[in-house]
Design a protein around this ligand. Structure first.
Ligand SMILES: Cc1cc2nc3c(=O)[nH]c(=O)nc-3n(C[C@H](O)[C@H](O)[C@H](O)COP(=O)(O)OP(=O)(O)OC[C@H]3O[C@@H](n4cnc5c(N)ncnc54)[C@H](O)[C@@H]3O)c2cc1C
Length: 392
């Protein structure tokens, strides 16, 4: 058990840009993380296990479907509240935030946005309450950054679809009751299918040996002639734009989440630097350490403002995919650099599980890769500003 002394930095009074509701949601999530996540997270990350006891509390704070309407069990909040919630949860751990991002933006969102009314009623309340956990299958062994090349496919057999293929690197898959799976039909068009645990030929082997996101469970999805009922096809959107629409929502949450991880590293390093004495002075009094800390708070402040503005645009439905890419890329890179610098400020203590920094640093190595790599987001910005596609 470690005590949580976290004090959130707010160098530019960004709180003044937030509504009362935003602050209420943010503070409730912050308090919950201090009480429920901090005391146990190092132990679960060390043993590479998802703390299942957190699922109920995550549902109660509204982290499963924060912006899904209340009629379907969601919290009915705006995009800034959603972002602040992800910030606070990732302040605790990126793996726990990943579980929420997948559940909300990659499972509940496509069912809500691309599903029909029966699908919404059948799945969303159970996902919002945490009774069911979902996962999202897009990535394949040979198609990561280029998901449009996927080979997972289904055939129309008259009264059902027959699904074959495999997905890998799927967060939550070994514990999920349902998977939103992206697969090609006989014409090669991508559609989303809801595959349920227990369907014959559907297995979810766990991926072991990760040094990152150890408190988040990862696995594969294997489909060997799985009979999927026709009513499980998401009817209202198809093509690569459908999964990419989900990724926009998750990447937006990650842009906020990364700020939480960065804040935690900065706050820990600042406190440590003020207390740790070397050569008769606190190390915070040395210019080299001040440079690190001053640059950290500058970058955190820039990221807060970027993300708040993105949230405002998203509330007005004006945020573009390219703007979301820019924020995801910038903020995760910022958090990773801060984690590395903060780790150095703590010297040897920085490598231990007594502090959160090394865990954040290892987690962020996944966050900088999933939901579009650092390079891919740069190419998206490049294409947006020049009009030239440099992917191929
Ligand atoms: C812990 C974890 C959880 C994940 N969870 C999920 C999940 O729930 N669902 C899901 O579907 N996926 C998930 N993923 C997969 C993730 O989205 C992919 O790992 C990511 O998209 C990158 O694909 P890849 O690993 O195959 O790398 P690759 O695509 O093989 O990329 C390797 C390198 O090549 C670079 N590269 C690729 N193409 C280009 C190009 N055109 N130009 C320049 N450089 C290029 C990349 O930037 C990268 O540096 C998860 C991954 C991890 C690690």
């Amino acid at each position: 058990m470690s005590s949580d002394l976290f004090q959130a930095p707010d160098y530019y009074q960004v709180d003044e840009l937030l509504s009362e509701e935003h602050i209420l949601v943010r503070n409730a999530t912050r308090d919950w993380v201090k009480k429920e996540v901090t005391p146990i997270i190092n132990e679960y990350a060390q043993k590479a296990e998802y703390p299942t006891q957190l699922t109920k509390g995550l549902a109660e704070v509204g982290a499963f479907g924060p912006y899904i309407p209340e009629t379907y069990g969601g919290a009915g909040l705006d995009q800034i509240s959603y972002g602040l919630m992800m910030q606070e949860i990732e302040r605790g751990d990126s793996g726990i935030r990943s579980t929420c991002s997948v559940q909300s933006s990659l499972v509940m969102y496509p069912i809500y946005a691309y599903g029909n009314e029966e699908q919404r009623k059948k799945y969303l309340p159970k996902l919002a309450s945490g009774e069911w956990i979902g996962c999202f299958g897009l990535t394949e062994p040979n198609y990561g950054s280029n998901p449009g090349g996927m080979v997972t496919h289904y055939k129309d057999m008259g009264d059902h679809y027959l699904l074959n293929g495999a997905k890998m690197w799927i967060s939550n898959s070994p514990m999920a009751q349902i998977a939103v799976v992206w697969a090609k039909n006989e014409e090669g068009r991508i559609h989303g299918l809801i595959v349920e645990r227990g369907m014959e030929g559907f297995t979810t082997p766990e991926t072991h040996n990760k040094w990152s996101l150890r408190a988040s469970i990862t696995g594969e999805l294997v489909f060997d002639n799985v009979k999927v009922p026709k009513e499980n096809l998401l009817p209202n959107k198809s093509g690569l734009g459908a999964p990419l629409g989900c990724l926009d929502s998750a990447r937006y949450g990650i842009a906020w989440g990364a700020i939480g991880a960065a804040m935690d590293c900065y706050d820990t390093a600042l406190r440590y630097a003020k207390e740790r004495v070397q050569f008769d002075k606190p190390i915070a009094a040395y210019q080299l350490q001040q440079k690190k800390l001053a640059e950290m708070i500058t970058e955190i402040t820039k990221a807060q403002l970027l993300t708040w503005r993105l949230g405002t645009l998203k509330n007005e439905k004006r945020a573009t995919s390219a703007q979301i890419s820019m924020a995801k890329r910038n903020n995760v890179d910022m958090a990773l650099k801060i984690a590395r610098e903060a780790r150095q400020i703590l010297g040897g203590m920085g490598i231990t599980g007594d502090y959160s920094i090394m865990r954040h640093m290892m987690n962020l190595e996944s966050v900088v890769t999933y939901e579009g790599t650092h390079d891919i987001h740069l190419l998206i910005t490049g294409m947006d500003i020049t009009g030239h596609n440099a992917f191929k």
